[in-house]
Design a protein around this ligand. Structure first.
Ligand code: 13P
Ligand code: SF4
Length: 321
């Protein structure tokens, strides 16, 4: 386990004082690019060459000419980069950085679900394993799901997997009847509608902005719904000065950077906990990122037949986006 490796004193001792400088030096040596998601800790966002949402990160991974991709995100994101770049070394700082949503769609059960509904086109949210992608016709992200479903002929039945909340949102936006896989994200389901409404009463000028992975009970209070990149752009362009942010709070670091005069209130979880922070994303740290680059591991690998089958629906997404 890589987390255990970090606890090994020798490796901890070998972490340099100037981590930023050391990472930059190895980056040059490896001809590497560091891609990071907005839910990563602030230091990782600062050292990244590119920060983005799942679509932006896939597009960067598809176009990079670096030899090594260091992916500061979760497993399915790094896996997508590997599917697009079989010849490149793709590193993930902590291999245990998974995703509850991807885990909510086991391949064998999904294969049976698909077999039980012949004639359906399978549109899968990118938050799924390579095996699920391999069983899909088109991949989508939160920023292009509506656009992609709108391009499918109206009489074509569609299975939408694995996020039921994003699926319901797409149904509402497109007027299409989608057959939903009942998966969800533990982080986006944690927000409390009651506490959001209380915050709105305390901050009457604030706009609620939300990620479409949130439940309908939260989305109905949102003035704006979008992917992480879309939420970030909206905060910059909106005339509002205050926002209640219903997504993982890691993105607030970029919001404060991009719009320093505005204030951002994280939407509170149901319980008194930090469960609005993604436990998977937060497994990555700057130290683990350094060690991954230094040791050239942990590396993303997969069976070639799965990779080839998973590539086709990702390419369709990139064409349709
Ligand atoms: P986007 O950044 O694509 O909006 O996705 C959010 C997310 O849950 C990533 O795991
Ligand atoms: Fe997965 Fe949710 Fe974490 Fe995103 S926030 S990586 S969907 S568990």
């Amino acid at each position: 386990m890589f987390a255990t490796a970090l606890r090994n004193n020798k490796e901890v001792d070998s972490i340099p004082k100037d981590l930023f400088g050391a990472i930059e030096a190895i980056k040059q040596e490896l001809n590497a690019v560091i891609l990071a998601h907005y839910y990563q800790e602030a230091d990782i966002q600062d050292i990244a060459d590119y920060i983005g949402d799942s679509l932006g990160l896939s597009q960067k991974a598809a176009s990079t000419d670096a030899d090594v991709i260091v992916f500061a995100g979760v497993h399915f994101m790094a896996e997508t980069a590997k599917i697009l770049n079989p010849e490149k070394l793709v590193l993930l700082p902590d291999l245990d950085a998974g995703c509850s949503l991807a885990d909510s769609c086991p391949p064998a059960e999904f294969a049976a679900f698909k077999a039980a509904h012949p004639g359906h086109l399978v549109v899968s949210y990118i938050n799924c394993s390579a095996e699920i992608k391999a069983m899909s016709d088109i991949i989508c992200t939160s920023s292009n799901s509506v656009k992609i479903v709108n391009q499918i002929p109206p009489d074509q039945p569609i299975i939408f997997a694995p996020d039921k909340n994003l699926g319901r949102y797409v149904m509402e936006q497109t007027g299409r009847d989608l057959l939903l896989w009942e998966g969800s994200c533990i982080v986006h389901e944690t927000f409390s509608e009651k506490k959001i409404v209380q915050l709105q009463i305390q901050h009457p000028e604030a706009e609620v902005i939300a990620h479409p992975e949130c439940e309908t009970s939260v989305l109905r209070h949102a003035q704006y719904i979008g992917s992480t990149t879309a939420l970030l752009k909206y905060c910059q362009s909106s005339s509002s000065q205050e926002f209640i942010v219903a997504t993982e709070p890691g993105i607030i670091y970029q919001m404060e950077k991009e719009a320093p005069a505005k204030s951002f209130i994280p939407a509170p979880p149901e319980a008194n906990c930090a469960c609005n922070e993604c436990p998977h994303m937060r497994l990555n740290t700057l130290e683990k990122l350094y060690l991954a680059m230094k040791n050239r591991r942990p590396e993303i690998t997969m069976a070639e037949d799965i990779r080839v089958a998973a590539l086709r629906p990702i390419q369709r997404m990139l064409e349709l986006s």
